[in-house]
Design a protein around this ligand. Structure first.
Ligand code: AMP
Ligand code: ZN
Ligand code: FE
Ligand code: FE
Length: 282
Protein backbone atom coordinates (compact mmCIF):
# COMPACT_ATOMS: atom_id res chain seq x y z
CA UNK A 1 0.00 0.00 0.00
CA UNK A 2 1.22 3.52 -0.86
CA UNK A 3 -0.10 7.11 -0.77
CA UNK A 4 0.90 9.50 -3.56
CA UNK A 5 -1.04 12.59 -2.43
CA UNK A 6 -0.58 14.37 0.93
CA UNK A 7 -0.22 17.92 2.24
CA UNK A 8 1.71 19.37 5.19
CA UNK A 9 2.06 22.76 6.91
CA UNK A 10 4.28 23.77 3.96
CA UNK A 11 1.01 24.44 2.16
CA UNK A 12 -2.51 24.04 3.53
CA UNK A 13 -2.14 20.84 5.58
CA UNK A 14 -2.20 21.00 9.38
CA UNK A 15 0.59 18.51 10.13
CA UNK A 16 4.35 19.11 10.01
CA UNK A 17 6.09 17.41 7.06
CA UNK A 18 7.77 14.92 9.43
CA UNK A 19 4.34 13.72 10.54
CA UNK A 20 3.40 12.52 7.03
CA UNK A 21 5.86 9.58 6.88
CA UNK A 22 5.13 8.85 10.55
CA UNK A 23 1.41 8.45 9.82
CA UNK A 24 2.11 6.54 6.61
CA UNK A 25 4.38 4.07 8.40
CA UNK A 26 1.84 3.65 11.21
CA UNK A 27 -0.86 2.90 8.61
CA UNK A 28 1.31 0.21 7.03
CA UNK A 29 2.32 2.07 3.85
CA UNK A 30 5.64 1.31 2.13
CA UNK A 31 5.91 4.67 0.33
CA UNK A 32 4.33 8.11 0.62
CA UNK A 33 4.60 11.24 -1.54
CA UNK A 34 4.50 14.73 -0.06
CA UNK A 35 2.64 16.90 -2.60
CA UNK A 36 2.30 20.37 -1.11
CA UNK A 37 0.79 23.11 -3.29
CA UNK A 38 3.42 25.01 -5.35
CA UNK A 39 6.44 23.88 -3.31
CA UNK A 40 9.10 21.18 -2.89
CA UNK A 41 10.72 22.92 0.07
CA UNK A 42 9.57 20.45 2.74
CA UNK A 43 10.43 17.24 0.90
CA UNK A 44 13.85 17.11 2.59
CA UNK A 45 12.40 17.30 6.10
CA UNK A 46 9.85 14.60 5.33
CA UNK A 47 12.48 12.39 3.71
CA UNK A 48 14.86 12.65 6.66
CA UNK A 49 12.11 11.36 8.95
CA UNK A 50 11.07 8.69 6.40
CA UNK A 51 14.64 7.33 6.38
CA UNK A 52 14.56 6.88 10.15
CA UNK A 53 11.30 4.98 9.80
CA UNK A 54 12.42 2.82 6.87
CA UNK A 55 9.69 4.09 4.54
CA UNK A 56 10.15 5.64 1.08
CA UNK A 57 9.40 9.35 0.63
CA UNK A 58 8.60 10.40 -2.95
CA UNK A 59 9.22 14.05 -3.88
CA UNK A 60 6.10 15.76 -5.19
CA UNK A 61 4.01 18.91 -5.49
CA UNK A 62 0.55 19.96 -6.71
CA UNK A 63 -0.16 22.86 -9.06
CA UNK A 64 -3.53 24.46 -9.88
CA UNK A 65 -3.82 24.97 -13.65
CA UNK A 66 -6.16 26.76 -16.04
CA UNK A 67 -8.12 24.19 -18.02
CA UNK A 68 -11.34 24.27 -20.08
CA UNK A 69 -12.62 27.40 -18.34
CA UNK A 70 -12.10 25.82 -14.94
CA UNK A 71 -9.25 24.60 -12.76
CA UNK A 72 -7.32 21.33 -13.03
CA UNK A 73 -4.88 20.22 -10.33
CA UNK A 74 -1.68 18.60 -11.58
CA UNK A 75 0.63 16.49 -9.41
CA UNK A 76 4.33 16.28 -10.27
CA UNK A 77 6.60 13.53 -8.95
CA UNK A 78 10.35 12.80 -8.79
CA UNK A 79 11.50 16.45 -8.97
CA UNK A 80 13.67 17.45 -6.02
CA UNK A 81 13.94 20.92 -4.48
CA UNK A 82 16.77 22.84 -6.13
CA UNK A 83 17.45 24.33 -9.56
CA UNK A 84 15.50 23.61 -12.71
CA UNK A 85 12.62 24.55 -15.00
CA UNK A 86 9.85 23.19 -12.76
CA UNK A 87 11.46 24.65 -9.64
CA UNK A 88 11.62 28.07 -11.37
CA UNK A 89 7.95 27.78 -12.32
CA UNK A 90 7.04 26.88 -8.72
CA UNK A 91 8.83 30.02 -7.48
CA UNK A 92 6.73 32.13 -9.87
CA UNK A 93 3.57 30.33 -8.72
CA UNK A 94 4.38 31.13 -5.09
CA UNK A 95 4.68 34.82 -6.08
CA UNK A 96 1.27 34.56 -7.80
CA UNK A 97 -0.13 33.01 -4.62
CA UNK A 98 1.12 35.88 -2.43
CA UNK A 99 -0.30 38.46 -4.89
CA UNK A 100 -3.64 36.57 -5.01
CA UNK A 101 -3.79 36.48 -1.21
CA UNK A 102 -3.29 40.26 -1.05
CA UNK A 103 -6.16 40.74 -3.54
CA UNK A 104 -8.29 38.27 -1.60
CA UNK A 105 -7.74 40.28 1.60
CA UNK A 106 -8.73 43.49 -0.24
CA UNK A 107 -11.86 41.77 -1.51
CA UNK A 108 -12.76 40.65 2.03
CA UNK A 109 -12.36 44.26 3.24
CA UNK A 110 -14.74 45.44 0.49
CA UNK A 111 -17.22 42.82 1.70
CA UNK A 112 -16.84 44.11 5.30
CA UNK A 113 -15.40 40.77 6.42
CA UNK A 114 -13.06 41.36 9.39
CA UNK A 115 -10.10 39.31 8.12
CA UNK A 116 -6.84 41.06 7.20
CA UNK A 117 -3.86 39.91 5.13
CA UNK A 118 -1.85 39.58 8.35
CA UNK A 119 -4.57 37.38 9.85
CA UNK A 120 -4.30 35.05 6.84
CA UNK A 121 -0.50 34.84 7.05
CA UNK A 122 -0.67 34.25 10.80
CA UNK A 123 -3.20 31.44 10.28
CA UNK A 124 -0.95 29.81 7.66
CA UNK A 125 2.30 30.30 9.59
CA UNK A 126 4.11 31.66 6.52
CA UNK A 127 3.25 33.99 3.64
CA UNK A 128 3.97 31.57 0.79
CA UNK A 129 2.02 28.67 2.26
CA UNK A 130 -1.20 30.65 2.80
CA UNK A 131 -4.20 29.54 0.81
CA UNK A 132 -7.97 29.61 0.71
CA UNK A 133 -8.36 26.84 3.32
CA UNK A 134 -6.67 29.15 5.86
CA UNK A 135 -9.13 31.92 4.97
CA UNK A 136 -11.94 29.36 5.23
CA UNK A 137 -10.82 28.45 8.77
CA UNK A 138 -10.86 32.14 9.72
CA UNK A 139 -14.35 32.61 8.24
CA UNK A 140 -15.57 29.70 10.36
CA UNK A 141 -13.96 31.15 13.48
CA UNK A 142 -15.55 34.58 12.82
CA UNK A 143 -18.95 32.88 12.59
CA UNK A 144 -19.30 33.70 8.87
CA UNK A 145 -19.38 30.07 7.74
CA UNK A 146 -20.35 26.81 9.38
CA UNK A 147 -17.49 24.70 8.07
CA UNK A 148 -14.56 24.87 5.65
CA UNK A 149 -16.65 23.51 2.72
CA UNK A 150 -19.42 25.97 3.65
CA UNK A 151 -16.87 28.81 3.56
CA UNK A 152 -16.01 27.80 -0.03
CA UNK A 153 -19.71 27.58 -0.95
CA UNK A 154 -20.53 30.98 0.50
CA UNK A 155 -17.38 33.02 -0.05
CA UNK A 156 -14.27 31.49 -1.59
CA UNK A 157 -15.31 29.09 -4.34
CA UNK A 158 -15.35 29.93 -8.04
CA UNK A 159 -18.12 32.45 -8.74
CA UNK A 160 -18.57 33.36 -5.05
CA UNK A 161 -18.15 36.94 -3.72
CA UNK A 162 -14.56 36.58 -2.43
CA UNK A 163 -13.27 34.48 -5.32
CA UNK A 164 -10.04 35.79 -6.86
CA UNK A 165 -8.62 33.70 -9.72
CA UNK A 166 -5.00 32.57 -9.46
CA UNK A 167 -4.23 29.81 -11.98
CA UNK A 168 -2.10 31.06 -14.84
CA UNK A 169 -0.32 27.98 -16.16
CA UNK A 170 -1.87 25.17 -18.22
CA UNK A 171 -1.54 21.42 -17.61
CA UNK A 172 0.54 21.13 -20.80
CA UNK A 173 2.98 23.79 -19.54
CA UNK A 174 3.39 22.05 -16.19
CA UNK A 175 3.90 18.68 -17.90
CA UNK A 176 6.61 20.23 -20.09
CA UNK A 177 8.35 21.81 -17.08
CA UNK A 178 8.07 18.55 -15.13
CA UNK A 179 9.59 16.56 -17.98
CA UNK A 180 12.41 19.10 -18.42
CA UNK A 181 13.17 18.66 -14.70
CA UNK A 182 13.21 14.86 -14.84
CA UNK A 183 9.74 14.37 -13.38
CA UNK A 184 6.30 13.16 -14.40
CA UNK A 185 2.88 14.87 -14.41
CA UNK A 186 -0.37 13.30 -13.18
CA UNK A 187 -3.91 14.73 -13.25
CA UNK A 188 -5.26 14.97 -9.67
CA UNK A 189 -8.87 14.11 -8.66
CA UNK A 190 -10.27 14.10 -12.24
CA UNK A 191 -13.93 14.44 -11.17
CA UNK A 192 -13.11 17.95 -9.86
CA UNK A 193 -13.31 19.04 -13.50
CA UNK A 194 -17.08 18.59 -13.21
CA UNK A 195 -17.18 16.25 -16.21
CA UNK A 196 -18.69 12.79 -16.60
CA UNK A 197 -16.60 9.72 -17.38
CA UNK A 198 -17.24 10.05 -21.12
CA UNK A 199 -15.86 13.58 -21.20
CA UNK A 200 -12.94 12.54 -18.98
CA UNK A 201 -12.01 10.02 -21.64
CA UNK A 202 -11.44 12.96 -23.99
CA UNK A 203 -9.45 14.78 -21.27
CA UNK A 204 -7.26 11.70 -20.76
CA UNK A 205 -6.50 11.55 -24.50
CA UNK A 206 -5.56 15.24 -24.49
CA UNK A 207 -3.33 14.94 -21.43
CA UNK A 208 -1.60 11.84 -22.75
CA UNK A 209 -0.77 13.83 -25.90
CA UNK A 210 0.52 16.67 -23.69
CA UNK A 211 3.04 14.31 -22.09
CA UNK A 212 1.18 13.28 -18.94
CA UNK A 213 2.27 10.02 -17.31
CA UNK A 214 -0.77 9.34 -15.15
CA UNK A 215 -4.19 10.19 -13.82
CA UNK A 216 -5.44 9.75 -10.26
CA UNK A 217 -7.96 6.94 -9.94
CA UNK A 218 -7.58 5.59 -6.40
CA UNK A 219 -8.57 8.87 -4.74
CA UNK A 220 -9.45 9.00 -1.05
CA UNK A 221 -12.80 10.75 -1.42
CA UNK A 222 -14.06 8.69 -4.39
CA UNK A 223 -16.33 5.66 -4.22
CA UNK A 224 -14.97 2.25 -5.27
CA UNK A 225 -17.03 2.31 -8.51
CA UNK A 226 -15.71 5.79 -9.38
CA UNK A 227 -12.14 4.62 -8.81
CA UNK A 228 -12.74 1.62 -11.08
CA UNK A 229 -14.15 3.87 -13.83
CA UNK A 230 -11.06 6.10 -13.65
CA UNK A 231 -8.70 3.11 -13.78
CA UNK A 232 -10.41 2.09 -17.04
CA UNK A 233 -10.17 5.59 -18.53
CA UNK A 234 -6.49 5.92 -17.54
CA UNK A 235 -5.53 2.51 -18.95
CA UNK A 236 -7.36 3.15 -22.22
CA UNK A 237 -5.03 6.10 -22.83
CA UNK A 238 -1.81 4.57 -21.56
CA UNK A 239 -1.86 6.62 -18.36
CA UNK A 240 -0.79 5.11 -15.03
CA UNK A 241 -3.79 5.08 -12.63
CA UNK A 242 -2.23 6.54 -9.48
CA UNK A 243 -3.78 7.42 -6.17
CA UNK A 244 -3.65 8.86 -2.72
CA UNK A 245 -5.60 10.23 0.20
CA UNK A 246 -5.17 14.01 -0.41
CA UNK A 247 -4.63 14.13 3.34
CA UNK A 248 -4.76 17.72 4.69
CA UNK A 249 -5.28 17.12 8.43
CA UNK A 250 -7.92 19.24 10.15
CA UNK A 251 -9.42 20.90 7.03
CA UNK A 252 -10.48 17.47 5.67
CA UNK A 253 -10.96 15.59 8.96
CA UNK A 254 -12.47 12.41 7.47
CA UNK A 255 -9.30 11.46 5.54
CA UNK A 256 -6.29 9.52 6.89
CA UNK A 257 -2.86 9.09 5.31
CA UNK A 258 -2.78 5.89 3.19
CA UNK A 259 -6.26 4.62 4.13
CA UNK A 260 -8.31 7.69 3.12
CA UNK A 261 -11.80 7.24 4.53
CA UNK A 262 -10.84 3.72 5.59
CA UNK A 263 -11.40 1.98 2.26
CA UNK A 264 -8.38 3.22 0.29
CA UNK A 265 -5.56 0.91 -0.75
CA UNK A 266 -3.36 2.18 -3.58
CA UNK A 267 -1.37 -0.71 -5.10
CA UNK A 268 2.45 -0.52 -4.82
CA UNK A 269 2.78 -1.33 -8.54
CA UNK A 270 1.58 2.09 -9.69
CA UNK A 271 4.64 3.76 -8.15
CA UNK A 272 6.97 1.35 -10.00
CA UNK A 273 5.05 2.02 -13.21
CA UNK A 274 5.20 5.77 -12.70
CA UNK A 275 8.93 5.58 -12.12
CA UNK A 276 9.33 3.85 -15.50
CA UNK A 277 7.69 6.91 -17.12
CA UNK A 278 10.45 9.24 -15.96
CA UNK A 279 12.17 10.93 -18.90
CA UNK A 280 15.65 9.66 -19.76
CA UNK A 281 18.24 11.84 -18.03
CA UNK A 282 20.33 13.93 -20.36
P1 AMP B 1 -5.70 27.80 -3.12
O1 AMP B 1 -4.61 27.02 -3.79
O2 AMP B 1 -5.20 28.69 -2.04
O3 AMP B 1 -6.58 28.52 -4.10
O4 AMP B 1 -6.64 26.73 -2.35
C1 AMP B 1 -7.08 25.60 -3.02
C2 AMP B 1 -7.29 24.48 -2.03
O5 AMP B 1 -8.47 24.75 -1.30
C3 AMP B 1 -7.54 23.14 -2.67
O6 AMP B 1 -6.38 22.48 -3.01
C4 AMP B 1 -8.29 22.42 -1.59
O7 AMP B 1 -7.39 21.90 -0.62
C5 AMP B 1 -9.11 23.52 -0.97
N1 AMP B 1 -10.49 23.57 -1.50
C6 AMP B 1 -10.91 23.98 -2.71
N2 AMP B 1 -12.24 23.92 -2.83
C7 AMP B 1 -12.71 23.46 -1.64
C8 AMP B 1 -14.02 23.16 -1.11
N3 AMP B 1 -15.13 23.35 -1.85
N4 AMP B 1 -14.10 22.68 0.15
C9 AMP B 1 -12.99 22.50 0.88
N5 AMP B 1 -11.74 22.74 0.46
C10 AMP B 1 -11.59 23.22 -0.79
ZN1 ZN C 1 -4.81 21.77 -0.41
FE1 FE D 1 -6.09 19.28 -5.38
FE1 FE E 1 -4.17 17.97 -2.92
Amino acid sequence: MIDLHTHSTCSDGSDAPERIPEMAAAAGCSAVALTDHDTLKCVGRARARARELGIELVAGCEVSCRYRGSSAHVLVYFVEDGEGPLQDELARLREDRVARNHRLAERLAELDVPITYDDIVHEAGAEESAGRPHVAALLVRRGLAESVPDAFDRWLGEGRPAYVPKARVTPAEIAAAATASGGVAVLAHPFSLGLDVGALDDVAAELEAAGFAGMEAYYGAYRPDERAQLVTVARRHGLVPTGGSDYHGTSKPSLRVCTGQGDLSVPDDVLAELRERRPATR
